[in-house]
Design a binder for this molecule. Structure first.
Ligand code: HEC
Ligand code: HEC
Length: 255
């Protein structure tokens, strides 16, 4: 496995440097991804300055899609792509599942810097959208509490404002792309610059709820029971737009 060796290289250097207290190599996923956490913070809980995003606890499908995006050129960060280039879909999926399974506390949000009326505009866009400008509520896809929905939609809280601005800006210019239909590219382009800035100001300042985990999608309406007259169950709100995502690799591939 060329990829595995590549991930291990920084670890080998690290071990050499720490010869006085050598790290015992257990070949766990946590150790194999030390190259990742050197940027993404301990266990993937984000770098200190808001530039390296948190990856711990995000939905596995979302993380897997991002690793494919970087490897296949739909997102760009050269230093990271170099690590991902040689890795197979199955291995990227294992890495995604590893980080998704981590349940780590979040730091408190950044204190808000925008004026109250800007924050209020941001809150409305996030929770209700703006029908006139054809902007769906972020919460319609990212979850009522904005903590994400498994498998493919990430949470929007616990991210720095700089990171959020950079991502939405990159979608507007085509620097960041997702698989078709790329719903976020469409939404980012529909957001006026002042609305984009308002929604990221509000999101970055919002405290995470006690349960910050991504939720399951709303269940489908309850099926009719035989012999009884069922009440017509209200159908869950369909997502306002369709979003593309990769199919996970078959579990046993490449092992
Ligand atoms: C040299 C620093 C660096 C290394 C090493 C690195 N990353 Fe990243 N990673 C970044 C930066 C910076 C971004 C954000 C890039 C952007 O703005 O789109 C990022 C983004 C990501 C994202 C997307 C996060 C999101 O919320 O969309 C994932 C997932 C990720 N990295 C996983 C990994 C994994 C897994 C590894 C190890 C194989 C790794 N990274 C190694 C710097 C790094
Ligand atoms: C129709 C569903 C949908 C709606 C509505 C939606 N999103 Fe998204 N969003 C997604 C999906 C799916 C992804 C993951 C895309 C990918 O694979 O890169 C995503 C990703 C994101 C990301 C990247 C997060 C990261 O960690 O890099 C940001 C930021 C974002 N959305 C912001 C917003 C904002 C702000 C709104 C409201 C104005 C919004 N989204 C509305 C579906 C949606």
């Amino acid at each position: 496995m060329r990829g595995l060796r590549l991930l291990l290289l920084p670890l080998a250097l690290l071990c050499a440097a720490a010869a006085a207290a050598p790290i015992r190599f257990q070949n766990s996923m946590a150790q194999r991804t030390l190259a990742c956490t050197s940027c993404h913070g301990s266990e993937g809980r984000a770098g200190p300055d808001g530039y390296y995003p948190r990856i711990a606890g995000k939905p596995a499908g979302y993380l897997y899609n991002q690793l494919l995006h970087f490897r296949d050129g739909r997102r760009h960060y050269g230093l990271m792509t170099g690590l991902l280039d040689p890795l197979s879909d199955a291995y990227l999926h294992d890495i995604a599942r590893h980080f998704a399974s981590l349940d780590l506390p979040y730091p408190p949000p950044q204190p808000p810097t925008a004026p109250a009326e800007v924050l209020e505009r941001g809150r409305l866009i996030a929770l209700q959208g703006d029908a006139e400008r054809r902007i769906p509520a972020c919460a319609a896809c990212h979850g009522k509490a904005l903590t994400g929905v498994v498998p493919n939609t990430p949470g929007l809280l616990g991210l720095s404002r700089d990171y959020l601005n950079a991502q939405l800006g990159a979608w507007r210019t085509g620097q960041r792309r997702a698989l078709a239909p790329d719903c976020m590219a469409e939404i980012a382009r529909r957001l006026e610059p002042e609305d984009l800035s308002a929604v990221t100001a509000w999101l970055a300042a919002e405290r995470l709820p006690a349960n910050a985990k991504p939720v399951s999608p709303e269940p489908p309406p309850v099926a009719r029971k035989k012999g009884r007259r069922a009440q017509p169950a209200p159908a869950p709100e369909p997502p306002p737009m369709r979003c593309g995502a990769a199919t996970p690799p078959p579990a046993e591939a490449a092992r």
